[in-house]
Ligand binder design. Structure first.
Ligand code: S6P
Length: 616
C-alpha cells in the first residue's frame, strides 16, 4: 500500500478543472484535514499523538533541569522543505533565548547545507555519508542531543542514515525522535541505494525501542515517533503544503511548551485562552485550536486570494519565462517567501527565476539579506543569482519588471509599511506607465496589532485579520502560517493555471532524487492508465535517454541503478522528463525529440496532454 503522503487526495481530484476560487476551496478542504484527521488514522487531535508530544516535551524539560554541564542541543533536521522549516523554526526560537542560550540551543541541519535554504537541490536528500558528517557536527560529549529527524514521507535517506547512526550509538544521553506524517507501517520499504537498510527497517527499530520504553518511567524515554496523519496533499506528493504546515505546527508547539515548562516566568505562553495553572495537555490543545482558527481566518479571504492566483497564473504562463512572481517581506515573513519559492523548480520544472523571494533590510540591526537570515554559513549572495535575496537585489530588479510580473509584499507592522513606502514603493509604481507589475500588499493585523495603511491606486491592498498573534512572545507563528497557506495557494494555484498540473498530479517535476524517480514512474502509470509499472518505467527511461518507441532499450541501460539515471538526467540537463514520458505513453508520438519540439511550440503541458489523451 502506498504511503499516505504519496497518495492522491480525492477532495482535490478536479484541481485542474476549477477556477481560482475553486482552487482555494479545494485547498481549504484539504488543509482542514490537518485538524480533522484523515480516514481513521491517528491525527493531531487524537490522544495517542498528543500524549507522545507531551511525553517528548516533558522528557526534554527533565533533561534541561538535570543538565549540570554542557547544554541541551535540540536539533531539527531534514531535507528540502523539512530542512528549511527546521532552520526557520530553530532561528525563531534561538532569538528569544537570552541568557538561556548557555543551557539550551535550537539547531538545524538541512541536506545539502545552507545552499539549500533558498534553492531546491533535491539530490541532497539521498546523500547518506554527508548526513552522518552533518550529524557528527552536532554531537558534543558534554551536551545532550535532542534529535528531531523530519521526513514527512518517512522516506528521506538523509534522515534514515542519521537515525541509524544514533540508534547504533545506543547511548542513554540522547533523545531520538522521528517526525513524519505516515503510520509506521507505511514507511518506505525499498532498500536505500548505496546502503543496506530501508527506511522501514529504521522505523521498525525505533518503534520497537519506543514500545519497550513505554512500559517504563515516562521521563526515562529516549525514543519518540511524532506522526499525526494529515491526509494526502492537495497536489499529490507536494509535502511542502500540508505536511510542511503540520511540521511548523508541531515544532512550534513542542518548542513553545518546552520553554514555557522550563520557565513559565521567562517564557509565558502568550496565546489567548491559556492560564498559568493549565496542564501541558490543556496548553497543547489551546495552541492547536489557535492554529486551527488561523487556518479558518486565512481562508475567510478566498475572495482576495483568488485574484492573486489569477495574476500569478498569468505571470507564470507568459511565454519564455518572461513573467515572474516576486515575494518581498521583512524578517520571518520574508523567509516564508523563500521556503515557498525554492520548491517551484523541482515541483513544476520552473525556471529558477520564475518565483523569487527577497528580504527587507532590518534597519534596527543594520542587517540586510543573508545577515537577516542569520544562517550558519553566512552570506551566500556571491554563489549565484539564486542567492541574491536582499532589499537591494530586489531594487536592482525593478527596472526589468513589467506588467507580466506579480509582486506580493507582506507587512506585519506600520514600521514595516513605512520602510516600504520610503525605500521601495515609489520606485515600483513609477516604473514606466502601463508597464507597472501587478502589486499586492498583504497587511497582517490582529487585536494586539491594529494599524492602517494608506491606499494607492497602483497597489491592491489585502488585509488578513487573525485572532491570534504568537504562542510565546516574539515568535510570529500565526502570521507566518497564514502567509505560508497564502503563498502555497499562489504558487500551486498559479502553476495549475499555467498548465503544470494534471488532475491533482504534478506533471513536470524534476528527476533529481530517488523519491521523485519513483513518483515520476507512478505519474506516467496512473495518468496514462497503463496499469503496468514496468511499462511506465520504460517510458521514463526512453524520455531520459531519448530512445524512440520502436527501438529497444539496451539491457545494460535498463538494469542500471536508479541513481545512475538521475545522474545522467542531471548531467545532461534533460528537461521535461515526465511530460515526454507521458506523451510517449499516449501512443501518439514515437520520438522523444519530436515531443520536445512540440513542447517548444506549446509549453503548456496540460494542453498537449489533453490533445493526446491515452488511446486506451
Ligand atoms: C516537497 C518538496 C521536497 C521535500 C523533500 C523532503 O514538496 O518538494 O523538497 O520537502 O523531498 O521530503 P520529506 O518527505 O523527507 O520531508
Amino acid at each position: 500500500m502506498s504511503s499516505i503522503t504519496e497518495r492522491t487526495n480525492e477532495l482535490s481530484s478536479e484541481l485542474d478543472r476549477v477556477d481560482s476560487r475553486g482552487i482555494c476551496k479545494l485547498f481549504r478542504q484539504c488543509d482542514a484535514q490537518i485538524f480533522t484527521g484523515y480516514s481513521d488514522y491517528e491525527s493531531i487531535n487524537d490522544s495517542s499523538i498528543q500524549n507522545e508530544i507531551i511525553e517528548f516535551v516533558e522528557c526534554v524539560v527533565d533533561r534541561l533541569r538535570k543538565q549540570t554541564v554542557g547544554k541541551v542541543n535540540i536539533v531539527a533536521t531534514g531535507a528540502g522543505t523539512s530542512g528549511r522549516l527546521a532552520f526557520f523554526i530553530a532561528r525563531s526560537f534561538n532569538r528569544i533565548l537570552g541568557d538561556d542560550s548557555e543551557r539550551i540551543t535550537f539547531s538545524y541541519l538541512i541536506a545539502g547545507g545552507d545552499l539549500c535554504l533558498t534553492v531546491g537541490i533535491e539530490g541532497a536528500e539521498d546523500n547518506i555519508s554527508q548526513a552522518i558528517v552533518d550529524l557528527e557536527s552536532q554531537i558534543n560529549p558534554d551536551d545532550t542531543l535532542v534529535y528531531i529527524g523530519i521526513t514527512c514521507g518517512f522516506s528521506a535517506p538523509y534522515v534514515a542514515a542519521q537515525l541509524d547512526y544514533l540508534l547504533n550509538l545506543n547511548s542513554d544521553k540522547h533523545i531520538i525522535s522521528l517526525m513524519g506524517f505516515n503510520p509506521v507501517a507505511l514507511a518506505r520499504p525499498l532498500v536505500i541505494e548505496k546502503w543496506t537498510r530501508s527506511f522501514k527497517d529504521i522505523t521498525n527499530q525505533l518503534e520497537s525501542n519506543r514500545v519497550t520504553e513505554q512500559q517504563k518511567s515516562k521521563l526515562l524515554r529516549r525514543h519518540f515517533i511524532l506522526n499525526p496523519v494529515f491526509g494526502p496533499e492537495p497536489l499529490t506528493g507536494s509535502t511542502r503544503m500540508k505536511s510542511g504546515t503540520g511540521t511548523k505546527i508541531l515544532l512550534e508547539s513542542m518548542f513553545s511548551l518546552i520553554l514555557s515548562q522550563y520557565s513559565a516566568t521567562k517564557y509565558p505562553l502568550t496565546i489567548k485562552n491559556t492560564s498559568h495553572g493549565d496542564s501541558v495537555h490543556e496548553q497543547l490543545i489551546s495552541i492547536l485550536k489557535a492554529y486551527e482558527e488561523t487556518f479558518r481566518d486565512t481562508y475567510l479571504n478566498i475572495d482576495s486570494i483568488a485574484p492573486m492566483i489569477d495574476s500569478v497564473g498569468n505571470s507564470l504562463r507568459a511565454p519564455n519565462h518572461s513573467g515572474h512572481l516576486y515575494y518581498l517581506a521583512a524578517q520571518s515573513l520574508g523567509i516564508v517567501g523563500f521556503i515557498d519559492a525554492s520548491e517551484t523548480v523541482p515541483t513544476y520544472g520552473a525556471d529558477s527565476q520564475d518565483v523569487n523571494g527577497f528580504l527587507l533590510d532590518d534597519k534596527s540591526k543594520q542587517a540586510s539579506g543573508w545577515n537577516v537570515m542569520a544562517n550558519r554559513d553566512g552570506d551566500l549572495s556571491n554563489v549565484s543569482v539564486e542567492y541574491k535575496i536582499s532589499q537591494k537585489d530586489f531594487i536592482d530588479k525593478i527596472p526589468s519588471m513589467s506588467a507580466k510580473d506579480t509582486i506580493v509584499i507582506s507587512v506585519a507592522s506600520l514600521e514595516e509599511y513605512n520602510q516600504l513606502s520610503t525605500d521601495i514603493l515609489p520606485l515600483l509604481v513609477s516604473n514606466s506607465g502601463n508597464n507597472v507589475p501587478t502589486i499586492y500588499l498583504i497587511q497582517f493585523i490582529n487585536a494586539k496589532n491594529q494599524y492602517s495603511i494608506p491606499s494607492h491606486s497602483a497597489i491592491k491592498n489585502i488585509v488578513i485579520k487573525l485572532n491570534h498573534c504568537d504562542i510565546i512572545a516574539n515568535v510570529n507563528s500565526f502570521y507566518e502560517i497564514s502567509l505560508k497557506l497564502i503563498h502555497n495557494a499562489l504558487t500551486t494555484g498559479g502553476f495549475v493555471l499555467a498548465g503544470k498540473v494534471y488532475g491533482n498530479r504534478m506533471i513536470d517535476l524534476g528527476l533529481t532524487n530517488n523519491k521523485l524517480y519513483y513518483r515520476s514512474c507512478g505519474i506516467i502509470n496512473s495518468i496514462m492508465k497503463l496499469n503496468n509499472e514496468e511499462k511506465a518505467r520504460h517510458y521514463l527511461l526512453r524520455s531520459i535517454y531519448s530512445i524512440d518507441s520502436d527501438k529497444e532499450i539496451p539491457s545494460e541501460l535498463d538494469s542500471l541503478p536508479v541513481y545512475k539515471h538521475i545522474e545522467y538526467a542531471e548531467q545532461n540537463k534533460i528537461k521535461n522528463v515526465v511530460p515526454v514520458g507521458l506523451l510517449l505513453a499516449s501512443g501518439k508520438f514515437q520520438s522523444p525529440s519530436n515531443i520536445r519540439e512540440e513542447i517548444q511550440k506549446q509549453p503548456i503541458i496540460r494542453y498537449l496532454l489533453d490533445q493526446n489523451k491515452p488511446t486506451i
